[in-house]
Write a protein that binds this ligand. Structure first.
Ligand code: UT7
Length: 329
């Protein structure tokens, strides 16, 4: 049997595009109000990538910050995993674009798409490579330009999503010195395209004049189904992952930034205070695969991750898909 090597988080970084789209801006675009958006989602503003930015270039900025934080050169990255729902192109992998941007020319790599759970799944994949000794420096990036798959005339969805990127560098714990990975999980449950999907643009329904006219290249969402699934999954992931450690070991929950009401309703069911989960949703909205590393990075840079305690990172989204990674900080 292979003796597994403990894995740690050596570096963290994130990137937010400059342009802010406020609720007031949205009031001028669709029939909505600042009050409705704040009350129902907790979002005040979100970031929108510039025309010359893409998921690859934003991911590269976050990756550079994670490498700088770890004090590791891009040239020493062995593997680069990119989680995204909005790749730069159907192929090549956005990981190739990030590699070129940052100069990680010795790295292997590929993309992982599991919508909002994508970063957690990519992180969990990266852990396997470090734990088996296959690679030492594994860069995991979550990046999204969701503004390109948003229907800006659909008030049900356009108020929720935003653009951005986050990244982490995983190394053997001895090199990383912190953030020991304690447990991970990944789950999918197909047959739920009606809950959240982009219907066209893939092999099932390729791009055509009809699909473009019907805006089938943008997100379709059954908001209330996502809502119920998100609350119950949040609760289950936290309970299950902390079961053998005890809730008193919890330092911070870093949840997918799905909706502040969902986060608070789940915390209430867990009998945990509002401060138990870090939240940046008011400033960035829901950034899908970029959500967890952006939120983690914000908590990290605000010195909000208690040393020696467990940080419970949880994500859930289209697929359905859900999973977690638990680290001792
Ligand atoms: O990562 C997973 C991605 N998915 C999500 O993040 C979405 C999760 N779901 C949610 O966040 C919530 O379900 C929403 C925020 C999407 C909706 O909140 P809700 O409390 O479930 O509202 P609702 O869908 O029950 O709609 C209530 C009303 C409806 O009007 P009527 O039928 O009661 O007259 C909607 O048409 O609110 C209306 N509405 C809006 N009004 C103003 C829906 N969107 C808007 C809007 N502005 N932007």
């Amino acid at each position: 049997m292979v003796a597994l090597i403990p894995v740690g988080i050596a570096g963290s970084g994130s990137y937010m595009p400059e342009k802010v789209l406020s609720n007031e801006d949205l009031e001028r675009m669709v029939n909505t109000s600042d009050e409705w958006i704040r009350d129902r989602t907790g979002i005040s503003e979100r970031r929108i990538a510039a025309a010359d930015e893409d998921s690859g270039s934003m991911g590269a900025r976050a990756a550079e910050r994670a490498l700088a934080d770890a004090g590791v050169d891009a040239a020493d990255v062995d593997l680069l995993l990119c989680a995204t729902t909005t790749p730069d192109m159907p192929f090549p992998a956005t990981a190739c674009h990030i590699q070129e941007h940052i100069g990680a020319m010795s790295a292997g790599g590929f993309d992982i798409n599991s919508a909002c759970s994508g970063f957690v799944f990519a992180f969990n994949t990266a852990v396997q490579y470090v734990a088996t000794g296959a690679y030492r420096n594994v860069l995991v990036v979550g990046t999204e330009k969701l503004s390109t798959i948003t229907n800006w005339e659909d008030r049900d969805t356009c108020v929720i999503f935003g653009d951005g990127a986050g990244a982490m560098l995983l190394r053997p714990l001895d090199d990383a010195g912190r953030g020991e990975v304690v447990s991970t999980s990944m789950h999918i449950k197909g047959g739920n395209d009606d809950v959240l999907s982009v219907p066209a643009g893939g092999s099932r329904r390729p791009a055509s004049v009809e699909t473009v006219t019907a805006r089938e290249h943008t997100m379709r969402m059954g908001g209330s189904k996502v809502y119920r699934f998100a609350v119950s999954t949040f609760v289950r992931l936290v309970r299950d992952s902390l079961e053998e450690h005890g809730l008193d070991q919890l330092g911070m929950i870093v949840p997918h930034q799905v909706n502040q009401r969902i986060i608070e309703s789940a915390l209430e069911k867990l009998d945990l205070p509002r401060e138990a989960a870090w939240s940046i949703i008011d400033r960035v909205g829901n950034t899908a695969a970029a959500s967890i590393p952006m939120t983690f990075d914000d908590a990290y840079r605000n010195d909000a991750l208690p040393k020696g305690k467990l940080i419970c990172n949880i994500a859930f989204g289209a697929g359905l898909s859900w999973g977690h990674f638990l680290v001792r900080w």
